[in-house]
Ligand binder design. Structure first.
Ligand SMILES: Cc1cc2nc3c(=O)[nH]c(=O)nc-3n(C[C@H](O)[C@H](O)[C@H](O)COP(=O)(O)O)c2cc1C
Ligand SMILES: [Mn+2]
Length: 514
């Protein structure tokens, strides 16, 4: 049974021992972040094995009990019951471990979600990966995961319009000392493609400027930004309706971060993930729809001719993302449950909660990637690589230049286009052991020959790129080099003891007193 709403997920987390309540009054300005950092650092330090998803995503519970780190993540989910200045409790870290991501998707292991997607994709085999993902709506129709419109929902229990709207009623965090203000960090931002009418949902942070105005940080390559541009081309002086939902059942709440193709409805995907259609209600003041079970809804518009300075913001890079010009969201109406919970997350120096959210996406989409590129054996994205900076890929190399072909494939694959450094190794390297990756990569390269640079779109948050959103990327071919690639020297074998000697020593080992 799919979770009814966020509250039901909170109850489940509590039952599973995954949630702690904080009853002391604490300030959403900085103090909550500091508490989240402390529980996170302690948990991460205690479990250095946590970064081995090949071990812990497939077999969460082995004969010796759960794999260390599977449940700890960045510490427990935290429900702050008394945030200073608000009557609304704050939920943070709800998805901050692999175990909680599995609870969110109601599976024993993330591979199960991947398996369901693969099951659908196996039924058809259109040409490209994106075409494959685009098949999902049709396939999902079979399973009737399409969102359902309903007349009303819990998110409408309280309604406020115009001057009665006050964003400061909610315990919106200011996370880090130099942040430009308070930021809503876990929203679902709803827009429609002005040309096709299709819905998009994205998770884009929103800086609170005053009671009824926020920033809208959709980065230039994201679908919300594309809707904005298309509408502006048609009518530069106009506006587009925007609705924001904060807090929903877990699959729906997470759908805003999914790196799926444009015009594929994230709410359909959420229905697929929760195995039950998402119920949508019409907004009060525009023609958008929002999840009926949401905790809080903000309705309003974005002017197409208005930009405002947004930031700085302590970001998931571990640095402040700089000030920039972004559109402005004007809130005209707020609706919410009678006793809403405010869902948020803290980003900052890795690892944070978002590592586990991104890690789940990586594991769930890996089989889709493998279907398109069967030579890919596995992919690893260390937390400190913050998703876009480093991807380690193991391939079964079959022909000259194969590693470079895979780099180009990844740079053309949806949001993987942002990957700054790709390291391609042979299939026999354990890419979840970063020590082994460093060792074998550095032994395998002649840097001038094996490093390739390309130019292209960059993550907006990359502060080292020569320009915002545009820069260079690097691919390292760390596979064994072949004669067919112009490498004519012999390639040495890796040192390993022979079986006979090992067996002999095994036989006398206990007598050696070591
Ligand atoms: C906690 C969190 C915060 C995020 N903040 C932003 C943001 O401020 N701006 C942005 O463009 N993407 C942000 N993202 C990434 C987007 O949600 C992600 O790229 C998503 O796929 C965008 O949806 P779209 O493809 O429909 O545009 C964030 C992701 C997470 C997990
Ligand atoms: Mn989208």
């Amino acid at each position: 049974m799919a979770y009814r709403d966020l509250r039901e997920f909170v109850r489940r987390l509590e039952k599973e021992g995954e949630l702690k309540r904080v009853r002391t009054e604490v300030d959403p300005i900085l103090e909550i972040t500091e508490i989240v950092q402390r529980v996170g650092r302690d948990a991460w330090r205690a479990h250095p094995q946590r970064q081995k998803p090949s071990v812990h995503s497939g077999v969460p519970v082995g004969p010796k009990g759960p794999t260390p780190g599977w449940s700890e993540g960045v510490g427990p989910a935290l429900l702050f019951e008394k945030p200073r200045g608000s009557r609304v409790p704050v939920l943070v870290n709800a998805f901050g471990s692999e175990r909680r991501m599995c609870l969110a998707f109601e599976v024993g292991a993330l591979d199960e979600v991947a398996g369901r997607i693969r099951g659908f994709l196996d039924m058809q085999s259109p040409a490209g990966l994106f075409d494959k993902i685009k098949m999902l709506p049709k396939l999902a129709e079979l399973g009737s995961f399409f969102p359902k419109t309903v007349k009303t929902g819990d998110c409408k229990e309280v309604r406020r319009h115009g001057n009665d709207v006050n964003l400061f009623d909610f315990p919106i965090l200011k996370c880090w000392p130099e942040d430009g203000g308070r930021f809503i960090t876990f929203p679902l931002v709803f827009t429609r493609n002005p040309e096709t009418g299709k819905r998009n949902v994205g998770m884009y942070r929103m800086q609170v400027y005053d009671e009824r105005t926020t920033g809208m940080h959709w980065q230039t390559q994201k679908h919300g930004a594309e809707h904005f541009r298309r509408a502006r081309e048609a009518n530069p002086e106009g506006r587009i309706p925007v609705a924001v939902a904060i807090g929903s059942d877990p699959a729906t709440a997470l759908a805003g971060m999914l790196p799926i193709p444009p015009d594929l409805d994230e709410m359909m995907f959420a229905g697929f993930l929760r195995r039950d259609p998402v119920e949508m209600v019409p907004c009060e003041t525009n023609d958008l729809e929002v999840p009926a079970n949401a905790e809080i809804i903000l309705e309003g518009y974005v002017n197409l001719n208005e930009m405002r300075t947004e930031g700085p913001f302590g970001d998931h890079t571990g640095f402040y993302s700089l000030e920039g010009e972004f559109p402005v969201f004007h809130v005209e109406c707020v609706t919410h449950k009678k006793e809403p919970v405010y869902l948020t997350t803290v980003v900052g120096p890795p690892p944070q909660e978002d590592f586990y959210m991104g890690h789940a996406v990586e594991r769930v989409f890996l089989p889709v990637m493998k279907m398109q590129y069967p030579e890919i054996v596995d992919v690893a994205m260390p937390a400190e690589g913050i998703f876009h900076n480093l991807m380690i890929v193991a391939i079964r190399k079959s022909y000259p230049g194969h590693a470079r072909k895979i780099m180009n494939a990844i740079w053309s694959l949806g949001q993987a286009m942002f990957t700054k450094v790709i390291v391609v190794v042979d299939h026999d390297v354990d890419i979840h052991s970063y020590g082994e990756v460093v060792w074998k990569t550095l032994c395998a390269i002649d840097p001038e020959r094996d490093v390739q640079f390309v130019f292209g779109p960059m993550d907006t948050l990359d502060h080292a790129a020569r320009m915002q959103d545009y820069g260079s990327k690097m691919g390292i071919d760390a596979t064994r080099k072949w004669a067919a690639e112009g490498f004519t020297r012999p390639w040495p074998g890796e040192i390993r003891m022979d079986e006979l000697t090992r067996a002999k020593i095994d036989a006398i080992w206990k007598t050696l007193g070591l």
